[in-house]
Write a protein that binds this ligand. Structure first.
Ligand SMILES: C[S@@+](CC[C@H](N)C(=O)[O-])C[C@H]1O[C@@H](n2cnc3c(N)ncnc32)[C@H](O)[C@@H]1O
Length: 181
């Protein structure tokens, strides 16, 4: 009898894991952007350069585990908002927000379908292939004066106000592009 219970439990756990893995693959196929964290030293550099003020609204498009937003909130007093579509990353973000007692507002949503007009600062770390679509979304939604910070991938049609070459600090690090609308 115990064997049967263990067998049923293992079967249910395996099916749940398989469904989650399949769902994650479908989401990855749809977004074409995997969950990779921005290194801590890059977050520190962004915070040194972005001049984020208390009370400003900072959005992370595809916030992963929300570490960037939690750090922004703690260091600047800004209001922080994250959009994350992948279930595993969203779960980690929820957990981090809870553990760090952060006020970050987290949405399990596709950021292309959200209104981004409330943002003073938008941060993203995505992929080259999606940047033209991100550019179109930002041009449609952002208010004049909003800043956009993209780690590693440029918005090629825009003139950056500043480019930070983090390679000075680490040979494998990428550039940080800062734009002003
Ligand atoms: C490279 S990770 C960056 C994570 C985090 N911003 C950081 O810098 O540590 C990109 C994240 O964007 C998410 N993502 C990609 N497209 C998205 C979309 N359309 N809506 C919401 N999240 C998206 C992915 O699931 C992934 O977790």
């Amino acid at each position: 009898m115990e064997y049967l219970i263990v067998l049923i439990f293992v079967l249910i756990a395996s099916i749940a894991f398989a469904i989650l893995a399949l769902y994650t693959l479908v989401i990855l196929f749809y977004t074409k952007v995997p969950f990779v964290r921005t290194p801590n030293r890059v977050i520190a550099m962004v915070l040194d350069e972005a001049n984020i003020k208390p009370g400003e609204n900072v959005y992370d498009l595809g916030c992963g585990d929300a570490r960037f937003l939690i750090e922004v909130e703690k260091r600047t007093g800004a209001n922080t908002f994250g959009f994350e579509i992948a279930p595993w990353a969203y779960f980690l973000a929820r957990l981090n927000i809870k553990l760090k007692k952060s006020k970050t507002v987290l949405y399990h949503k596709n950021f292309y379908k959200q209104d981004l007009s409330g943002a003073d600062v938008v941060f993203c770390f995505l992929m080259d292939s999606v940047m033209p679509k991100v550019q179109a979304k930002l041009e449609q939604d952002l208010k004049p004066g909003a800043r956009v910070i993209s780690f590693a991938f440029a918005i090629k049609a825009w003139q950056p106000a500043k480019i930070i070459d983090s390679k000075k600090f680490h040979p494998r690090a990428s550039k940080i592009y800062i734009y002003q609308r």
